[in-house]
Structures are given as C-alpha cells and as structure tokens.
Design a protein around this ligand. Structure first.
Ligand code: FAD
Ligand code: NAD
Length: 393
C-alpha cells in the first residue's frame, strides 16, 4: 500500500486529507502537524485584538479524522524534507518515508531583513504569536495607569495590507472596553498605520477603499502612506529619519512561506515554489505543494496569485484529485482558480466586500461582515467533520 504524507494541518492540509480520505484511495494517509489543533488563521487578528479566544478558532485535528481508518495523525514538527531519500525529518520522532508527499506547511512572518523588526515587532502568524501580541498590548495599556508614559498608549501597525486593516478594525472595536477595564484615557490613545505604498486597499474599487479608510480614521487611526519602514526600535518605528513612537508595534508587513522550504533545498523565492500547472513540484513527480508555500501564476496577467485561504482550499481539491488519479494510473488535470471575491472586515460588525457570486457585488457595512462570517463558518464546517463539531459541543 502506498503512503501519502501530508505536511501541515492548515486550510490546505486539512482539506487535502479530507478529500483523500473521502476518495477511499488505496493508500495510508499520514498528516503531520506541529500542534494537536488546526487554527483558522483567517481569524488570528481577532485573537490578537482580544475579540475572540483561541478556542473560538481552533479544533482538534485527531478528532476530526478519528473515524477515518486510513488516516493517521502525527503531532510533531517537520525539520526538513529529504527529497532524494523521500523522507520527512521530524523533531521528536523517527523520520517518515513517503511514496507521495503533499507539502502544505503554510506561512511565516516576512521582515524583509529590516533591522529590529524581528526583535521589536509583534507578528500575527499563529495562535501563540497572536496571544503574545495581545498580552503585550494589554500589559502596556494597563501600565499607563501607574506609568503615565504617553508611549504606553501609542500603537503602531506596520503595513496596511489586509492583516493590518482587519487587525485595526478589531482593535478600535475593543479599545473602549479595555479603557474601562484598565482605566486609561481613550482619547489619548494614538494609533498610527504606516504603509510603504501610496494606496491603501488597492484591490477594492476607490469608493469601497475610501469608505474603509474613513471608517478607521473616524475611530482614531492615522494612516501614513508612501512611508517605508526602515528600522524598528524597541519604542519607535522609523521611516528614514522620522520616528513613530510606540509602546506596541504590530508587525504585519506581509508573509513568506515556511522556512522548511529553503532548508529542504527547493528552488524557491521567499520560501514559495512556483509549481507545475497540476501543482506538482518540477522534477519531483511524487510531490505536490499547496497553500502558501506554493506560487501559482495567474494566467490572466502572469502575476502570482495572492496567498489566501480561498486559493489554498481550491488547490487542495485539485491536488487531491490529481494524487488519486496518479495512484489509479490516470492523468492529472490543470489547476484552475475562480475567485469568489474578497472580504475585508473592519471589526466584528462591519467591513467591505467585493463578491463574485451570481454577479458582481460591492458591499460595505454590516452586509460585508455577514458575508465574511458566512465564509468563515462554511470553511470551518468544510474542514472539520460536521459530526465532530457537534460532538465537541
Ligand atoms: P497555514 O494556514 O499557515 O497552515 C500551515 C499549518 O502547518 C499550520 O497548522 C502550522 O501549525 C503547520 N506547520 C507549520 N510549520 C510546521 C512544521 N515545521 N511542522 C509541522 N507543522 C507545521 N485568506 C483568505 O482567503 N480570506 C481571509 O479572510 C483571510 N484572512 C486572513 C487573516 C489573517 C490575520 C491572516 C494572517 C491571513 C489571512 N488569510 C486570509 C490568508 C490565509 O490565512 C492563508 O493564505 C492560509 O492560512 C494558508 O493556508 P495554508 O494551509 O497554506 O497554511
Ligand atoms: P500583504 O503583503 O498583503 O500586505 C503587507 C503590506 O505591508 C503591504 O501593503 C506592503 O506594501 C506593506 N509593507 C511591506 N513592507 C513595508 C515596509 N517596509 N514599510 C511599510 N509598509 C510595508 O500581507 P498581509 O496583509 O499580511 O496578508 C498576507 C496574505 O494574506 C495576503 O495574500 C492577503 O491577501 C491574505 N489576507 C487576506 C485577508 C482577507 O481576504 N480578508 C485578510 C488577511 C490576509
């Protein structure tokens, strides 16, 4: 019997294993993940701001696949893929050999080598980092009551991409409650968002983007565009000679793929590998790369698709079908992506959305928030087994 090893229980890995298990392929499926739980990384900004708890965005991986006899879950950290020996090296147990490999190890924070970013910025890349960012924010705001240091009330969010904007939305929603709880003056909190490019939310039309920016400005956020961050100090973010003082620095300037990609000798850029059009790795016909570690050119414009949960799930479906076809002696198909659109939340109750389902819809306000919640809930149900979700209630 063949052994398929799937690395990472994120959106791509979970979906892959669900689909392979359902296909009843004659193979043993081994899913390796460093934590016993899957986390909905699309909701990490909520944990970081404190509008959600880790339990709201995680579920137990082994429990999801408990009834699937052909699935084995291994909780361990992958340290390297030995592509020549077809083995995966693990931190705490013996290496795992594979006949087929699906690498779905996901994303990490990108610092672009900026001095002090790693040491002084709080990234939002998994549950632990989101909780650490939240603890730092809360401790710093709480301290103001005794320190009266204005810097304790200054927050800088680095970059104005989706993660930054969604985090800002949750932050401004939660701040009034934190002010009551910790006794700091809400009107003295200063929030700066610093973006290198001249435009914010360029993927939305101007009207929607302006609405989103104005909403956050109305809640006290100051945007600084065309302002590249050049250094991050313990108490300030620098753009050349201009300093933005801060007691809390959120580092959300973008992502790269898992460092295991470079460590394992893949031909990569920022730990992402441009895959063949059936999602296999060039020169490695037994290996698929899906999710944020992969890079797929959009045939319409030649640019790489952005790294999103939506595309990760679509890739997993295609790669699972291709893997089943290979095992059954069939041929693989090309990956084709049709975007359902984009939603950017601005806190739990509002947002902006550009949806491509049954026509094209530009939404703002609560309708966009409802769209986002529906997508998140559907994704949780599709990744977990619905019975497992009900049992754990
Ligand atoms: P991941 O979700 O990163 O999963 C990787 C898995 O591998 C994790 O379980 C991790 O623990 C595990 N792992 C990592 N390294 C190892 C190792 N060495 N050994 C073992 N296990 C390991 N996209 C959207 O489409 N819509 C959204 O609304 C959206 N919102 C987002 C909000 C935020 C705050 C962020 C940060 C991202 C958002 N994204 C969104 C992007 C989306 O989260 C990613 O594109 C998606 O998570 C990629 O899925 P993945 O399965 O490739 O990787
Ligand atoms: P991103 O790359 O989309 O945004 C990072 C931002 O930081 C960019 O605007 C960039 O110009 C800016 N930046 C980079 N270096 C800088 C510097 N030195 N100084 C100032 N600004 C700098 O990254 P992200 O927001 O972390 O998102 C990661 C991925 O996840 C993206 O593909 C995104 O589409 C996806 N995502 C999607 C959603 C959603 O669909 N609602 C939400 C969050 C993330």
């Amino acid at each position: 019997m063949k052994r398929i090893v799937v690395l990472g229980a994120g959106y791509a890995g979970m979906r892959m294993v669900k689909r392979l298990a359902a296909a009843k392929v004659d193979a043993q499926i081994v899913l390796v993940n460093k934590n016993p739980y899957h986390y909905q990384s699309t909701e990490l900004h909520e944990v970081a701001a404190g509008t959600k708890e880790p339990a709201d965005i995680t579920f137990d991986v082994a429990q999801v696949f408990a009834k699937k006899k052909n699935v084995r879950v291994v909780i361990d950290e992958v340290t390297k893929v030995d592509q020549d020996a077809k083995k995966v090296e693990l931190k705490n147990s013996d290496s795992l050999s594979y006949d087929y490999l699906v690498n779905a190890l996901g994303f990490e924070s990108e610092t672009f080598g900026i001095k002090g970013a790693r040491e002084n910025g709080w990234p939002l890349i998994d549950v632990d980092t989101a909780l650490a960012a939240r603890k730092h924010l809360e401790d710093t705001l709480k301290r103001y009551k005794t320190s009266h240091d204005a810097n304790d009330l200054r927050i800088v969010v680095c970059g104005a991409g989706f993660t930054s904007i969604e985090y800002l939305g949750e932050l401004v929603y939660r701040l009034p409650d934190l002010a009551k709880e910790y006794g700091f003056p809400l009107d003295q909190v200063k929030i700066d968002c610093i973006e290198a490019s001249p435009k914010i939310l360029p993927m939305f039309n101007q009207n929607l983007a302006d609405w989103g920016v104005k909403f956050l400005e109305g809640k006290g956020v100051t945007f600084h565009v065309s302002t590249p961050i050049t250094e991050v100090k313990p108490d300030a973010v620098m753009s050349n000679d201009t300093a933005f003082p801060a007691g809390t620095i959120i580092w959300t300037t973008g992502v790269q793929g898992s460092h295991i990609i470079a460590d394992s000798g893949y031909d990569q850029k920022r730990n992402r590998v441009v895959v063949e059009d059936d999602l296999r790795v060039k020169g490695q016909p037994d290996q698929f790369l899906v999710g944020d570690v992969s890079a797929v050119p959009n045939p319409d414009n030649g640019r790489l698709y952005p790294t999103t949960a939506q595309i990760s799930i679509a890739q997993a479906d295609c790669a699972a079908d291709n893997l089943v076809a290979l095992i059954n002696g069939g041929t693989t198909k090309k990956f084709v992506f049709k975007s359902l659109g984009t939603v950017c939340s601005l806190g739990p109750k509002t947002g902006i959305a550009s949806i491509d389902m049954m026509g094209h819809w530009n939404l703002k306000g609560w309708l966009a928030a409802v769209a986002k919640k529906m997508i998140a809930d559907r994704s949780a149900l599709e990744l977990a087994d619905i019975r497992t979700m009900l049992e754990s209630d």
